[in-house]
Ligand binder design. Structure first.
Ligand SMILES: [Zn+2]
Length: 305
């Protein structure tokens, strides 16, 4: 059976039932008083409407989530999450608008909400005793008003750390220098890891990072691999990222770059090689939406619905 024939992609009751399982993994909770014991469905009420016997108030699983204020039916959110989570290089708001049959504005709003949901707050450090962590950076998106010169000073930087065989963490930086690199590595890389980088100046002195082992490949001299020392995991990641940003997203301002980075990191961290397939990846994206209620503005400056 095609994944797209599944009921929650086109039937609102099925979609809400599935959203309930995501919002309330342990059963319904009253968003008004936190009650869990005396919750009953409201007969004849709208789909998913329940009543709390403790505080006498009514609610659905959408209360307190971004779905509450959105006029978009939940089954379309499932469609959008599936498309964004399963497309390796992302999906443009124009494509979402055509596929979902919603306005461009709504598609833009939905995809940014989903990107925000995909952003996770990093916990703990990458690497560990004997584990390999690669660090590298790529330069992207011209800064507003910055004169275009040789080198990278006029571009935003994306710096990434990846534990080989594990998770990735990327950050957007206005500039890459020793101080930023030092701070990011100290915060995110376990000190007993083997750190692998190229020979860029800001990686010069490993004592500043406090990492046990630091091995480098000299790209300037055409050296990309020696033994297991390389940053090819990140090179591969950046190649997908750049193809997506150039081919799919095309126009991305520096203001939104961190959201796209979160989207690509999310797909990498929920990849097939780690046993996460499309359906679960989409569910994980929707999980992140729950509780993240942010106000957004559309590109034309009007407030989000
Ligand atoms: Zn209650």
């Amino acid at each position: 059976m095609s994944i797209l024939t599944q009921a929650h992609f086109h039937n609102e009751a099925a979609a809400i039932a599935r959203l309930e399982a995501i919002v309330w993994p342990n059963g319904p909770v009253c968003p008004h008083c936190g009650g869990i014991d005396r919750i009953t469905p409201v007969k004849g009420g709208r789909i998913g409407l329940r009543r709390c016997g403790d505080c006498k108030k009514q609610f659905t699983c959408k209360v307190g989530t971004v779905f509450e204020d959105s006029k978009v039916p939940v089954h379309k959110w499932f469609q959008a999450a599936h498309l964004l989570a399963s497309s390796k290089k992302g999906i443009s708001s124009h494509q979402l608008h055509r596929t979902l049959g919603v306005t461009y504005k709504t598609a833009w709003f939905m995809s940014h909400r989903l990107r925000e949901a995909m952003r996770d707050d990093p916990k703990g450090q990458l690497g560990g005793p004997g584990k390999i962590v690669e660090a590298d950076e790529t330069f992207f998106v011209n800064k507003k008003g910055a004169p275009v010169r040789r080198g990278y000073a006029h571009k935003m930087a994306v710096m990434s750390l990846v534990e080989r065989g594990g998770a990735i963490r990327s950050v957007v930086l206005d500039r890459v220098g020793r101080i930023e690199v030092n701070r990011i590595i100290r915060r995110n890389v376990h000190e007993e890891s083997r750190l692998m980088t190229d020979t860029a100046a800001y990686y010069k002195d490993r004592r500043r990072f406090g990492i046990a082992e630091h091995e480098k490949v000299n790209h300037d001299q055409g050296e990309y691999v020696h033994g297991d020392v390389h940053v090819n995991t990140l090179e591969g990641y950046y190649s997908i990222f750049k193809r997506g940003m150039k081919g799919v997203y095309q126009h991305c301002s520096e203001k939104h770059l961190h959201r796209y980075v979160a989207e690509f990191d999310f797909r990498y961290n929920n990849r097939s090689a780690l046993g996460v397939e499309d359906t679960e990846r989409a569910a994980n994206a929707l999980k992140g939406i729950v509780g993240k209620r942010l106000t957004y503005r559309y590109p034309n400056g009007t407030a989000a619905e």
